[in-house]
Design a protein around this ligand. Structure first.
Ligand SMILES: Cc1cc2nc3c(=O)[nH]c(=O)nc-3n(C[C@H](O)[C@H](O)[C@H](O)COP(=O)(O)OP(=O)(O)OC[C@H]3O[C@@H](n4cnc5c(N)ncnc54)[C@H](O)[C@@H]3O)c2cc1C
Length: 539
């Protein structure tokens, strides 16, 4: 006989990264909230060979270390990341003779390389300590959504062959790609970004710093610890990731546009190795003698997708990959978890205060989707230019200026849910968004003409003072007026950078189509500013 239903304020289906962090965030905010997390897998989960999603960037990192208060764990049990690094090393073994993009020193705001096994074990323990009811080996089988505003949602789950029932005022789907609510409600939405990924973990450290004994090349970075970066080995239509894990393993992945590199050419470890031998031979050399240390291998076809709706006034929500997923090139997965969890926590707060959440849920959904759309523009149809050593450095600077100057400011300054304030800067935000879309088209057109010269230089982000300062500025604490001024300044900065990119590309390629970008630049009350000093790397 099925035992009587258990009753909760919130049921979270799925105790992976998104579900466990949401449970913790809710508990940090409301001591008395009753949250249950139902997770299909048994705990503890294995270290290293667990899940992808190991490189964090500033928003996700800030969410973990500051919003959730997990600094001790992040600093003690995970690795501090040495930013992103890109090598144009296709077909090459002489890594010191190709263009490198990266920072020569750590920038101010930390980010982390995360061993997902270690992290999810820790999160489950920490959530339990905080008073969350975490149940592993628990498989959610059936969901019934409440039909009237005062009824509870109801779900059936099984553990050890026994069926149980839970009821709750709020139901959150954090089941990842299983997408329980998405399937039930028909919310799936394709997004025309069609790329594939394969990955594996190897029980060895890939110390890219040792790939050359050129002393000058090694000394470019202080500390000499490039291996701590998320290293990207890039070529036309693909990039390879190298991510170190605290457990001592290394995560390796290939992400590719099938128009240039079909999945069938890399969908087993042996095929991936053959692929490396041809396209990234230095990595092949590194791995070939260590094949016996392989820990796992997996792939996803067409990993990117949207979702029609993620927050509902009917007291349900989707977070993490149960909702949408973009692309791992700049590791935004944890960022989007941080943002959706923050919106869900705020909706639950309003509901607990007895306020209607109908309109608010709709607005949060619109804003979250607008962040998704503008971030998608960074990746969609852009894989062809990843192998361009002239255009990718400009794109990386552009993409980061947009990310740190706009989205990160909103998150770090805790203004994500401040609808009134966001309303006052709506025009600036929309302008930046239009500028970004036009810039991505322009970068693609530039790359079609670029000579793709690949000199042996480092495009050092730490040597661009304004760029390092933009990263540092995330640590400021701003009142409303200062926040508005910051977003206006970011808009001006983006416009100046757009002007410089446009000028540089058109000076070399006079026939380059730039009408769309010029039209957006002209559509603003201020003329495009001329920066006091060049913002880009020297040509
Ligand atoms: C190729 C690739 C590379 C990526 N790289 C990065 C990166 O470098 N950085 C980054 O931030 N993000 C990255 N991501 C995204 C990252 O993987 C996701 O953001 C993150 O793992 C999503 O976490 P989640 O909790 O939504 O899903 P998951 O971690 O998958 O958790 C879902 C949980 O739900 C459980 N579950 C499923 N069905 C049921 C059920 N019926 N009942 C109970 N439990 C259930 C599962 O067991 C699982 O533990 C990458 C994604 C891909 C595809």
């Amino acid at each position: 006989m099925t035992p009587p239903p258990s009753r909760h304020d919130v049921v979270i289906m799925g105790g992976g990264l998104a579900g466990l962090t949401l449970a913790l965030q809710l508990k940090r905010r409301f001591d008395d909230i009753d949250v249950i997390v139902l997770e299909r897998r048994s705990h503890p989960v294995p270290h290293a060979a667990h899940k992808v999603g190991e490189s964090s960037v500033e928003i996700g990192a800030h969410y973990f270390d500051t919003v959730l208060g997990l600094k001790t764990h992040m600093h003690g049990a995970q690795l501090r990341k040495f930013g992103f690094r890109f090598f144009f090393s296709e077909g090459r073994r002489d890594i010191d003779q190709v263009t490198e993009i990266g920072a020569s020193r750590f920038l101010s705001v930390p980010s982390y390389q995360i061993d997902r096994g270690i992290f999810e074990n820790y999160l489950a323990e920490e959530a339990t300590r905080a008073g969350v009811r975490f149940v592993d080996d628990a498989l959610v089988r059936r969901i019934e959504l409440a039909q009237d505003p005062h009824a509870l949602h109801r779900l059936e789950w099984t553990q050890d062959g026994e069926t149980r029932v839970a009821e709750a005022r709020w139901l959150v789907d954090a089941c990842g790609r299983a997408g329980l609510l998405k399937r039930k409600l028909g919310l799936a939405q394709a997004n025309a970004h069609d790329c594939n990924a394969v990955w594996f973990r190897i029980g060895a450290r890939i110390t890219i710093d040792h790939w050359s004994d050129n002393a000058e090349w090694r000394a470019r970075c202080e500390p000499q610890a490039r291996w701590l970066s998320t290293n990207h080995l890039v070529g036309t239509g693909y990039w390879v990731w190298l991510i170190p894990l605290a457990s001592g393993s290394h995560s390796v992945g290939i992400v590719a546009d099938p128009r240039q590199h079909p999945l069938e050419s890399m969908d087993s470890f042996d095929k991936a190795m053959d692929w490396f031998r041809r396209w990234q031979p230095r990595l092949y050399d590194e791995l070939d003698g260590q094949r016996h240390l392989l820990q796992d291998f997996a792939f996803f076809r067409n990993f990117s997708y949207g979702c029609k709706q993620v927050f509902s006034g009917q007291r349900w929500a989707l977070t993490g990959e149960a909702g949408l997923f973009l692309d791992p090139f700049y590791s935004p997965g944890s960022d989007f978890i941080a943002m959706s969890n923050t919106y869900i926590t705020d909706l639950i707060a309003h509901d607990r205060a007895g306020r209607s959440v109908q309109a608010r849920a709709q607005l949060y959904d619109q804003i979250y989707h607008s962040f998704y759309e503008s971030t998608l523009a960074l990746y969609r149809d852009q894989y062809a230019l990843f192998g361009d050593p002239e255009v990718l450095p400009a794109k990386v600077i552009w993409d980061y200026t947009y990310y740190w100057g706009v989205l990160s400011q909103i998150f770090f300054q805790q203004r994500l849910t401040d609808l009134a304030l966001l309303g006052t800067v709506r025009e600036e935000l929309q302008h930046c968004q239009r500028l970004n879309v036009a810039m991505q088209d322009f970068l693609r057109a530039w790359s079609a003409k670029s000579a793709k010269r690949n000199p042996a230089v480092m495009r050092d982000q730490a040597a661009l003072p304004w760029f390092a300062e933009l990263n540092r500025s995330l640590n400021d604490r701003l009142d409303d007026e200062a926040f508005k001024a910051r977003l206006r300044a970011s808009t001006t900065q983006l416009r100046a950078l757009a002007g410089e990119i446009l000028q540089r590309a058109c000076a070399e390629h006079p026939g380059l189509d730039n009408d769309a970008l010029r039209t957006v630049l002209a559509d603003h009350a201020q003329p495009p500013p001329a920066p006091a000093a060049p913002m880009l790397f020297a040509a």
